[in-house]
Design a protein around this ligand. Structure first.
Ligand code: JFZ
Length: 446
């Protein structure tokens, strides 16, 4: 009996030892794997989030039809027609300086151009395909012109790059209804090809950020995303990458995410003090230029920007230039008006954090140091009533940003700011609440 017990305990202790050793091995392997995974440095991402406002540009041969880029291929535009548009694409009025100046005058700090959208057409000369700008009558390297102009005017140059390519025979899926899988599909070759193209882009134009897209289709896997991310990090450890390179939702970061920040699309993202994010939103309705498309008002545009900043995110605001290379005058004008507002009130946007008051449809808050910037989105409020901060900090003054002081009351129940007369800005009036002590790390008031 005793013998059996000691035999059992001996076996058990041997097993335990074995498990311990195995565990150490596995732990080591994971640690090694983690050590070899390079991520974009936090400081670089913080710098990106401080920019707050960028220009998205969707542009290509499809503008000759005025339909949506990529998605109209094989739908409202016949595939053969769509795929031959590049032969007529001759944007003789394209002027990179004019685009970059439109962004600069808007108060935007970075610019993201669709180097390749889902239709597969490349705006730069790529040695991996003939379906590029060199095959068009225009024959000028759009990425080279834009990156040069961006450097000239101090705008950060960024590149949109789709990882689904409905035009490429190597990519198995086609968006054409009932078309089935392409027999020529080969994802291994496709991934190698886009890695080659990304090398061209990173080495050729040194983008600040890469905006991937198209990761929701089944041929793309998490592993492919990880492979491409590590490829990029070898080329440039600081290049910023959006979250559409892995799988899973765009709006949040999760365990399927490959990339550095979340990308809510066509709406203002939820407040998030932990993960970086950028909402992409169109100025008109379509990503690509459409004749007489409905454009947002200046008020909607400014309140969209305030809303993203108030949620601690960035805004990538999309314009669609025309087939001749010009941006629409009304879009450029509206952007300049945004820039005019920002030249006065930019301190309440750039380099701020969202909160500590959560965004609502009436007001959003941003903050920096001891100051909370309250953006009034509703213009008929008679008084602003706020709870005290969880830290119970004393409020020392309230004023209109760049304007006069305002009277206020603060007691144990909260803060009251009566408003009298007309607000200084009917699109977004900003109040500056100056507290005693820093408010940057105060928790969101719920
Ligand atoms: C994507 C692109 O498809 C779109 O053309 C644009 O470039 C935008 C910024 O990003 O938007 C999507 C993504 C997914 C779907 C639709 C639009 N989807 O899954 O239906």
């Amino acid at each position: 009996m005793r013998k059996t017990i000691s035999f059992v305990s001996m076996i058990t202790s041997k097993l335990c030892m074995l498990l311990l050793i195995m565990n150490a091995f596995i732990g080591n392997a994971i640690a090694q794997q983690k050590a070899s995974v390079v991520k974009t440095p936090t400081a670089v991402l913080q710098d990106f989030m401080d920019q707050r406002f960028g220009m998205f540009i969707h542009w290509g041969p499809v503008n000759l039809r005025g339909t949506e880029i990529g998605w109209s291929r094989g739908n409202s535009v016949d595939t053969a027609d769509y795929d031959n548009l590049y032969k007529e694409f001759d944007p003789v009025l394209f002027n990179a300086d004019a685009w970059v100046l439109a962004a600069k005058n808007a108060g935007m700090k970075y610019l993201t151009i669709t180097a390749k959208h889902h239709d597969g057409f490349c705006l730069w000369p790529s040695r991996f395909t003939d379906y590029d700008i060199m095959s068009s009558p225009y024959k000028k390297d759009i990425l080279a012109e834009l990156s040069k102009a961006c450097a000239k005017y101090g705008i950060k140059f960024c590149v949109y790059f789709t990882i689904l390519d409905w035009h490429d025979p190597l990519y198995p899926v086609s968006n054409i209804p009932n078309a089935g899988l392409k027999p020529t599909g080969d994802m291994r070759k496709f991934v190698d090809k886009i890695k080659g193209q990304l090398t061209e882009i990173v080495k050729g134009y040194h983008p600040y950020m890469l905006w991937f897209d198209g990761n929701w289709e089944s041929p793309w896997t998490l592993q492919m995303g990880q492979e491409v991310y590590q490829h990029l990090k070898k080329l440039d450890p600081n290049v910023i990458v959006n979250n559409r390179l892995g799988k899973g939702t765009h709006k949040l970061m999760n365990d399927q995410t490959v990339g550095d920040y979340a990308t809510p699309e066509q709406y203002i993202g939820e407040i998030n003090m932990k993960d970086p994010w950028e909402s992409c939103i169109t100025i008109c309705r379509q990503w690509a230029w459409k004749p007489n498309d409905q454009m947002k008002t200046l008020k909607e545009s400014l309140q969209t920007l305030a809303g993203t900043a108030g949620g601690n995110g960035n805004l990538l605001y999309n314009v669609g230039p025309m087939a001749d290379g010009r941006m629409e005058a009304r879009q450029v004008k509206m952007l300049a008006e945004m820039g005019k507002w920002l030249s006065q009130y930019g301190v309440s946007v750039y380099g701020t954090r969202g909160g500590p008051y959560p965004p609502s449809k009436d007001l959003v808050a941003t903050r920096k140091g001891s100051k909370v910037y309250l953006h009034l989105l509703k213009t008929d409020a008679k008084t602003i009533a706020l709870p005290n901060l969880p830290t119970k900090q004393r409020l020392s003054s309230v004023r209109y940003l760049n304007g006069p002081l305002l009277a206020f009351q603060q007691d144990e129940y909260g803060i009251n700011i009566p408003l009298t007369g007309k607000l200084p800005d009917m699109n977004d009036t900003v109040l500056v609440l100056d507290f005693v002590g820093d408010v940057t790390d105060v928790e969101i008031v719920r």
